[in-house]
Each structure stands twice: as C-alpha cells, then as structure tokens.
Design a protein around this ligand. Sequence first.
Ligand code: G4P
Length: 528
Amino acid sequence: MALTEEIARRRTFGIISHPDAGKTTLTEKLLLYGGAIQEAGAVKSNKIKKGATSDFMEIERQRGISVATSVLAFHYKGKKINILDTPGHKDFAEDTFRTLTAVDSVIVVIDVAKGVEEQTEKLVEVCRMRNIPMLVFINKLDREGKDAFELMDEVESKLGLKVTPLTLPIGMGYNFKGIYNRWNNTAQIFTGEEKQSKTSTESYADLKAPELKDRIGENTLAQLEEELELVDGVYPHFDLEAYRAGALQPVFFGSALNNFGVQDLLDCFVDIAPPPQPKAADTVVVAPDAADFSGFVFKIHANMDPNHRDRLAFVKIVSGVFKRNTPYLHVRHNKKLKFSSPNAFFAEKKQVVDTSYPGDIIGLHDTGNFKIGDTLTEGKSLQFKGIPSFSPEHFRYINNADPMKAKQLNKGIDQLMDEGVAQLFTLHLNGRKVIGTVGALQFEVIQYRLEHEYNAKCSYENVNVHKACWVATHEEDHPEFVEFKRVKQKFLAQDKQGQLVFLADSAFSLQMTQQKYPSLDFHFSSEF
Ligand code: G4P
C-alpha cells in the first residue's frame, strides 16, 4: 500500500475523562468491536485505587498495566485505529498532557449523572487550546441522570465547546430504549442482547413505522419527534471542517457497560475522525506524507524489569516510513541510532515490526539516550514543538540519604527527570536540588523508584516555593536583567536544560517581581 493510503487509513486518538466516567469500559468495548479482544473484562484499568495497598505498590502495579495499555491498536472497517492511554489520576495529568501531543483527535467521556467534572475541564482546556478535534460521549444512560439538553448546555458552558448531537437518547435509566442516530437517520432500539453480540439492535429508518411505536410506546416516540425538531432548530448542522478544526464537537449518548450506542459512536468516528495531521517543528511544519521519516518521543517507560534496566521510548511517527535496523538521527545528540527490535502494539500485545507509518506509535528500547520531546529524523536537523514542561505545583529539596550512593542517586534522578516524572531545579547560590512535581504522589514515586531501581536513598526537606517560572530576556546585558539576577539571586535556579528559572516564594513576590522588571518575560511553561 502506498504511503498516502497508509496515512489515510490511520486514526490515532485518546480518550479523556474524569476518573470513573467509563474510559476503561469504553476502550474495552471498542476493542471488542475491533475483534482485538474476545471478552469483556480483558482490559485492565490503570487507575490508582486507594485503599488495600499502599500508594507506591499501587503505582508499580499501575505502571505494569500501563505499559500494556499505553497503545491499543486494532483494525475496524479498513481503518487502523490506535488508542493512546491517558491516566485519569490528577497527579499524573502531565503524562496525559504529553500524550495529547501525540493524538490526532480525542473522545471525551462524561458521566450522565455527574456531568462535567474537574479533570474533564482541565483536559478539555488543553485540547481546546490546541484545536484538537473532540467527540463527546455521554455515558451511563442506563442510569438516571441529567436531561440530554441540560447536559449539552453544561458541556457548552463549562467546557467552552460548541456542540451538535449526532445521537440522541431515547429514554433514560430504567426506561432507556435506544438512541436515535442522526448520522445515518435511524432509530436504534435495543433488544437486550447487546452485551454478548455486537449488533443486536433493531434499526428503524422510518419514525412512522408502526412497529417502532409498539416497541417504545406512543409517548416516548412523541417525545423523540419533538426533541429531534428541537435539535434541528437549535443546534448547528454537523460540519466536517468545523469539527476537524476543533470548532464544533459532535455529541453521542450511550452506555459503555451495556454496549448501547458504542457502535454508533465508532462507526461515525471512523467516518469523520481526522487521519494523521501535520506537526509543527522549529523551522518547518512537517506533513505526514513527506518522504523522510520523522517522529518524536512523548512518553518513556523505564525499568519495569529489574533484570533488564532498559527503557521503552514511545515514538509517534509524524512523517515518512519508519524501518527497522535503519540509522536515524537523534537530533538533540546529533547522533545516528539504529533500532533492531522496535515494538508495535496490537491490542495488549507488543510485537517487533519492520515498518511503521505516520500515526503509528512504536516503542524503542533505550539505554538512556532519550528524553521526552526528543526528535528522530532521517537526517534533517529539526525539533518538534509542543511538549512543554508545566510549572509544577509542589516543591521539595531532595537530599542524599546515603553518602556512599551519590552516583546512583544522581543517575536515578537524571533518568527519572528524562522520563518526565518531575522536574529538577538546581539553585544558583548553593547548588542544592529542588524537585518540582504536578502532584504530591510523585514524591513517593521518586523515593520508591530511586530505592528499588537505583539502589539509592533520598530524603526530602520543605522549601518555600510558591511557583516556578522560566525567565527570558531579549538582551543579556539589559540593566533590568542584570539587576534582577543580582537582587533575586537567592531565588534563581536552572532547569535540566540550563534555562533560567525564578522560584517565587509567594504569589505576592511573583507579582511584585513581574511589575518591577517589565522588560523580562515570565513564562509558566518551559516552551516559549
Ligand atoms: P474510568 O476508566 O473512566 O475510570 O472508568 P471505568 O471504565 O473503570 O468505569 C468506572 C465504573 O463505572 C465501573 O464500575 C464501570 O463498570 C462503571 N460503568 C462504566 N460504564 C457504565 C455504564 O454505561 N453504565 C453503568 N451503569 N456503569 C458503567 P465499578 O463498580 O467502579 O468497577 P467494576 O467493579 O465494575 O470494574
């Protein structure tokens, strides 16, 4: 198959939701349709369950599962579908943000009873900022929840989206009868067999069909007709271009657990979701059909097996064809690397592949060459943009608790930072190290992993930092910059790339500093 055909048939997307909305259940049902798994219950949830075990044991268990579920690929109606896993736990939100740089679209899952929740708001905001095309799936219609129209209003107001329903529920909760599919203009009435077989709905193209009235009742039918009229009057027509530009979000209703409305979602998804998209690099925008291979690392999994201290770097292919055993340029190191056993993912299995195409994700075995954001090319010196580090929320000094193991500790910290577990800031004044994380859980993760994977011990100490921001100047010898560096010396540090960082001790001092040095730029993510 030609490169353009391979590109045209790929759909790479992520499912985002607040924990418990049904992301895992929906993923599993999609895999069942793709024939990639045979039975429900096969996809394990990677969410962190509080309770029985201590957090870090749970994290280790979760890391094990999330290698397997990082990419779930399957074939459906001639398309190759890649689902990228996104952790729902808020302490791992940065992993999710990074994964979102590798998707071409997303499905947002919302619980019909709970409506729009906090984590959904944050993740959708990131997608909106990047104009990522989004579909919304309102789940758990088999339970009593909010009214469909009320929910769509909530999605518009809380998430700042512009929606149009492509399916509508017929009844809800105990009275949930089916859905009306506006994409192919049919009423899909459930027969109760859906859990086992995939297609046991009765389909009615004509709402006047007498059997339909018999099946759902006169009142429900009248309500459906009224609602369809309302939808036509109030919501915009579906527009493919607007959806793909991130300006219009189609909404679907259903129940993942009961397999209601999932096939309607999937069938429409394969019709409308965008194939792999061009990606901006520092000097050019790279189109997927460019002949030269290029790709970037968006995730690193390390040291799952203590006997093999290697890591798996997940690369999204942006352009061209990736081939096994071919030397590619690691742009940051300006070094050619060859990969003898690149992994591709199918359902929950890894397998060695010879060639991969744009939209695909490959796992490259790595002994410490990669960090998140690295670019691989066939020879061009370009760097893909868009994987920033965000200003962390929590800060602590990290100290060496075993002086004999300083080397191990430094190596461990270095590699964990490359993996993107947290960020390291080294103070200018005394060289002390401050770790900044998105969630408090990461401190436990780091301590546990340093001990178990690197045989090093660390301790933490409180440090009074409110916010870290990256400082940039247009002129190195500008008097304001010189004075800023002298006066704020105590609060200055450098990140792992050597960029200047200001560790403000309070919101007030940050504000005052910004006012006092107007010629300097203060950034809250590392990419500017
Ligand atoms: P997540 O990945 O988004 O965190 O959610 P997950 O799929 O694990 O689903 C969270 C809970 O919601 C699960 O129940 C799941 O069975 C249930 N669920 C998912 N879809 C539906 C649906 O359409 N209707 C109903 N009624 N429930 C649904 P649990 O009791 O937490 O877990 P489990 O013991 O069933 O695995």
